[in-house]
Design a protein around this ligand. Structure first.
Ligand code: 5GP
Length: 207
């Protein structure tokens, strides 16, 4: 099959509890052809999370080995644990025209933005979307409602959320998740628009 366009590397950030995972999961259910970049993390699995599906759960040593092997596009310390995006989850796919969603924090997104300056593939593929909760009070309610995290973890996430939200202007698109169904529609619309961006289409699109 002839490839007509590069895939979208859709970078999605937002504080824990903003709903970004639920929104992206629903959009991926509608578009099974869209891939999710499974990150590596040194944090322990939460609830029903499974290795190789939600994350690649690694020891600190194994994570450091991947850093030494230059396996990551970016990595960062978030809430006291390491998280990183593997090149193998993104590069070949977008080159082949497959859209990939990267759920990464503000530090990781800043590193990808930096990469876009020198890497033509990322420059062409990356789109940056920030998902924000409607208010801090609502974010706290959602984080407490999860019931999987300790009070200490919740406090750390609430503190970090303020720092993360303050960086929303670094993104090209802001999606306020005040109503889940509406946020899914907006995210879906963004994906469809990103697919039409001329910057990813090949020269010979009609010839
Ligand atoms: P959680 O522990 O709730 O799954 O994720 C915590 C934070 O880490 C979220 O903000 C999430 O977006 C971020 N995160 C997940 N994977 C990566 C990654 O590969 N790189 C970076 N920089 N952040 C990540």
């Amino acid at each position: 099959m002839e490839i007509q366009r590069l895939g979208v590397a859709l970078i999605l950030s937002g504080p824990s509890g903003s709903g970004k995972s639920s929104i992206s999961q629903e959009v991926m259910r509608r578009h099974p052809e869209v891939c999710f970049s499974i990150s590596c993390t040194t944090r322990a699995p939460r609830g029903a999370e499974r290795d190789g599906i939600d994350y690649y759960f690694l020891s600190r040593d194994a994570f450091e080995k991947k850093i030494a092997e230059d396996a990551f596009i970016e990595y960062a310390e978030v809430h006291g644990n390491f998280y990183g995006t593997l090149k193998s989850e993104v590069v070949d796919r977008v080159s082949q025209g497959i859209d990939v969603i990267l759920d990464i924090d503000v530090q990781g997104a800043a590193k990808v933005r930096e990469l876009c300056r020198k890497d033509a593939l990322f420059k062409a593929c990356a789109e940056f979307v920030f998902v924000a909760p409607p208010s801090h009070a609502e974010l706290e309610r959602r984080l407490r409602g999860r019931a999987t995290d300790s009070e200490e973890v919740i406090q750390k996430r609430l503190y970090n959320s303020k720092l993360e939200i303050s960086r929303w202007r670094e993104y090209s698109y802001l999606l306020i998740n005040d109503d889940f169904a509406g946020a899914v529609e907006k995210f879906n619309s963004l994906l469809l628009a990103f697919r039409m961006s001329t910057k990813r289409w090949k020269e010979d699109v009609n010839g």
